[in-house]
Write a protein that binds this ligand. Structure first.
Ligand code: ATP
Length: 361
């Protein structure tokens, strides 16, 4: 395993006009263009069936595109077989050899490459230390927990020192605690090795905590590529917004300048972008008692009243569901510990114009 350091040039990935269809009507990937930078933790995010695994298999060379070009480190590998690309894949199923012990599972790829016994032993020992598998090397696979198997699958892929590592829903079989721990470890490892990771998940929170950048896919098409902050805070359309977990999406029925008309009422927005949906993040909305001066007396805020119809206590935060006229809106507050609004109470909300994000439908 190389020392910590700069990303390797060989590990950039570029996809041009990539398409893959199965049969006559199933277009799994439709004209994909994507550039993944060397040393990036890049995530393919989208719902079931959107084409994530198909895209990963094309990058790995396990499947062949109907059209398009795949380059890795500026070399066209479109027709290069999987074993001649400097890529390894960690599958959701882990695909370990149950009859071999941990050491032999990890060194399998090195044996195939004809690497000497001494070098194999050294590299397995190195990777075992990094991935915290010391002490498990002589165990059989069926004597291990899910999290330990996950680590071994990772070690087996990393020990071959690929330029690119592909991970397909690698953490989704684990329970929440272990998953969070491995998310953290995987991210730390990737930064330390400077390797390019392409990670597949349908979990938007996992994508946000892990990634340098995210590509959101739907129906075989890329909807948006950006940093977690860009994709979450300024989604390009309703699909991306709702996939990123946004509930407060209001159709704009009329728009004149900075004023938009929605079921919630008329809203002032700072957004100069023409669009058809207003997005308001629950955590940007201010709550107060009706008739009080509010957070910024005299400021040009969107000020509305509503009734609390649901309250969800999360500990650090409290979520309120409000009915404002015909519309419902979710508001999230930090729990300061000094007041909670009851279901049935009337409240005032204030929304800063810059927090009304106008997006495409
Ligand atoms: P999931 O999160 O459920 O794994 P995914 O985003 O990885 O989904 P893919 O497995 O890439 O989705 O599938 C994309 C589309 O292509 C789906 O409609 C799927 O049914 C179809 N598809 C994938 N592989 C094949 C195949 N070998 N034959 C026929 N159709 C396929």
């Amino acid at each position: 395993v190389p020392a910590a350091g700069a990303p390797r040039e060989a590990s950039s990935i570029s996809l041009r006009n990539l398409s893959r269809r199965f049969g006559d009507d199933a277009i799994a990937l439709d004209d994909i263009d994507l550039d993944i930078r060397p040393g990036e933790f890049f995530t393919l995010l989208g719902p079931s069936g959107c084409g994530k695994t198909t895209l990963l298999r094309l990058i790995a060379g396990l499947d062949v595109a109907d059209a398009g070009v795949i380059s890795i480190g500026n070399r066209d590998v479109t027709m290069t077989p999987a074993h001649r690309r400097s890529i390894n894949t960690v599958f959701q199923s882990y695909a370990l050899f149950p009859h071999l012990n941990v050491r032999d599972n990890i060194s399998f790829g090195l044996r195939m490459q004809g690497i000497s016994k001494e070098d194999q032993a050294r590299r397995v020992a190195d990777i075992a230390t990094i991935i915290k598998l010391d002490g498990l090397l002589n165990r059989r696979i069926d004597q291990l927990s899910g999290g330990q198997r996950q680590r071994i699958a990772l070690a087996r892929a990393l020990v071959c020192e690929p330029d690119v590592l592909l991970l397909d829903e690698s953490l989704s079989a684990l329970d929440a605690g272990l998953r969070e721990q491995l998310q953290f470890e995987l991210r730390a490892l990737q930064q330390r090795l400077g390797m390019t990771f392409v990670f597949v998940t349908h979990d938007q929170e996992e994508a946000m905590v892990m990634s340098d950048r995210i590509a959101v896919l739907n129906d075989g098409k890329i909807q948006q590529v950006g940093t977690p902050q860009e994709v979450y805070e300024t989604p390009v359309n309703r699909f991306v917004a709702s996939f990123m977990g946004h509930d407060n999406l209001f159709d704009i029925t009329a728009q004149s300048g900075r004023q938009v008309e929605t079921a919630l009422g008329d809203l002032i927005t700072e957004s100069s972008r023409p669009g058809k949906v207003a997005l308001i993040r629950p955590e940007t909305i201010e709550l107060s008692l009706p008739g009080t001066p509010g957070v910024e007396p005299g400021a040009k805020l969107n000020r509305l009243e509503g009734d609390v119809i649901g309250r969800y206590y999360h500990g650090a935060t409290v979520e309120y569901e409000l009915a404002c006229g015909d519309a419902e809106i979710l508001v999230e507050e930090r729990n300061s510990g000094d007041r909670l609004f009851k279901v049935g109470s009337r409240v005032q909300i204030e929304i800063y114009p810059e927090d009304v994000v106008v997006i495409d439908s």
